[in-house]
Design a binder for this molecule. Structure first.
Ligand code: C2E
Ligand code: MG
Ligand code: MG
Ligand code: MG
Length: 288
C-alpha cells in the first residue's frame, strides 16, 4: 500500500516499520530476561451494575514495568508473551496474584481473569490453572475466565473441553471482545459460555453510527435469549452510558465508571462505594 503513495511515503513507512520491529525485539528480549514474579503486577477495573450502582466484579489486568525499558502496554507485552510461550507462566502468576488480592476485598464481588489461547491449549495447562484456583481460599463460583474467539478458533474441541473443565469446578466463562475477530454464532451454541463482553469498538462510535447501536441492541437481545449475562466494555462518557443503558444493558465497564487501579486501591474503592450506597438509601428514606 505504501508504494501507491509515492516514494517518500514508502520510505517513511519502512522506517517506522523497522523501528517497530526493533522495539518489539527489545521488548521480547526484556521479557525473556524478566523476573516475572517480581515485575508483573495486577490492576483491577470494576464492572458496574448500573441499576444498583455497585461493582459486581473486577477484571484483573496484567501490568509490566521492565527495569530496563519502563512500563509496557499490555497489548504489546501480552502479544510478545504469547509468541514466546511465557504467557502460560504469566497467566498462572496473574491468577495466583489476583486470587490472593481478593482476600482483602470487603465484599464478595467476583473477579474476571483473561486467558490466552495457550492457556487452554492442553488439559495439562487447564489442570494447572484449576489447581491454583483450588489451592486459593476463593470460591470457584466467584471467578470468571475471559477468553476471546481467537483462542477458540485455534482449537475448537480443546477449547470446549477446557471450558467444560472450568465449569465442572464452578468457574464461569466469558467471551471477551465479542463482535470482533472470528465471531460465529455457533460458538455460543456449542460452548459452555456464561457471559458475553461486547467489544468497546461498538461503543466508541455509538452516538454517530446507527449500525453500532443496532449491533449492541441486537447482541444484548441475543444474550438475553440465550440466558447469557452481557457486559458492555469501553463506556467512556455519560452520553455513551445513557445510550447503552437505553438499549437494555445493565452491566458496564469503562473509564466513565473507573479506570483500572492498582490492587492496593481496590478495598478502599469498594468501601467508598458501600458508603455512597448507604448515603443514597438514607437520602431516599429521609425524602418526601
Ligand atoms: P481486554 O481484556 O478487552 O481488557 C479491557 C481493556 O480495555 C483494558 O486494557 C482496559 O484498561 C481497557 N479499557 C477499559 N475501559 C476502557 C475505556 O473506557 N476506554 C478505553 N479506551 N479502554 C478501556 P489493558 O489493560 O491495556 O489490556 C489490553 C488487553 O490486553 C486486554 O483487553 C486483554 O486482551 C489483554 N490483557 C491484559 N491483561 C491480560 C492478562 O492478564 N492475560 C491476558 N491473556 N491478556 C491480558
Ligand atoms: Mg478481558
Ligand atoms: Mg475485552
Ligand atoms: Mg481487548
Amino acid at each position: 500500500h505504501a508504494k501507491q503513495n509515492g516514494k517518500g511515503a514508502a520510505v517513511v513507512f519502512d522506517e517506522r516499520h523497522e523501528a517497530a520491529i526493533r522495539d518489539m525485539a527489545v521488548v521480547e528480549q526484556a521479557l525473556r530476561s524478566a523476573d516475572l514474579e517480581q515485575e508483573m503486577s495486577v490492576h483491577f477495573q470494576p464492572l458496574v451494575d448500573i441499576v444498583s450502582q455497585r461493582t459486581i466484579a473486577l477484571e484483573a489486568l496484567a501490568r509490566w514495568t521492565s527495569p530496563e525499558i519502563g512500563p509496557i502496554r499490555p497489548d504489546v507485552f501480552i502479544g510478545a508473551a504469547e509468541r514466546s510461550g511465557q504467557i502460560v507462566e504469566i497467566t498462572r502468576l496473574l491468577v495466583a496474584k489476583a486470587l490472593r488480592e481478593m482476600r482483602a476485598w470487603p465484599m464478595d464481588v467476583r473477579v474476571s481473569i483473561n486467558l490466552s489461547a495457550r492457556d487452554i491449549a492442553s488439559m495439562e495447562n487447564v489442570r494447572r490453572l484449576l489447581a491454583i484456583v483450588s489451592e486459593s481460599c476463593i470460591a470457584p463460583h466467584r471467578i470468571d475466565f475471559e477468553i476471546t474467539e481467537t483462542a477458540i478458533v485455534c482449537d475448537f474441541d480443546q477449547a470446549r473441553d477446557a471450558l467444560a473443565a472450568f465449569h465442572e469446578l464452578g468457574v464461569r466463562t466469558a467471551l471477551d471482545d465479542f463482535g470482533t475477530g472470528h465471531s460465529s454464532l455457533s460458538h455460543l451454541r456449542l460452548l459452555p459460555l456464561d457471559k458475553l463482553k461486547i467489544d468497546a469498538s461498538f461503543v466508541s462510535d455509538i452516538e454517530h453510527n446507527p449500525t453500532s447501536e443496532d449491533i449492541v441492541r441486537t447482541v444484548l437481545q441475543l444474550g438475553r435469549n440465550l440466558r447469557m449475562e452481557c457486559v458492555v466494555e469501553g463506556v467512556e462518557t455519560e452520553a455513551q452510558r445513557d445510550r447503552v443503558a437505553a438499549l437494555g444493558a445493565t452491566v458496564m465497564q469503562g473509564y466513565h465508571f473507573a479506570r483500572p487501579m492498582p490492587a492496593e486501591a481496590v478495598p478502599g474503592y469498594l468501601n467508598g462505594e458501600a458508603v455512597s450506597a448507604a448515603r443514597r438509601r438514607r437520602g431516599r428514606g429521609a425524602g418526601p
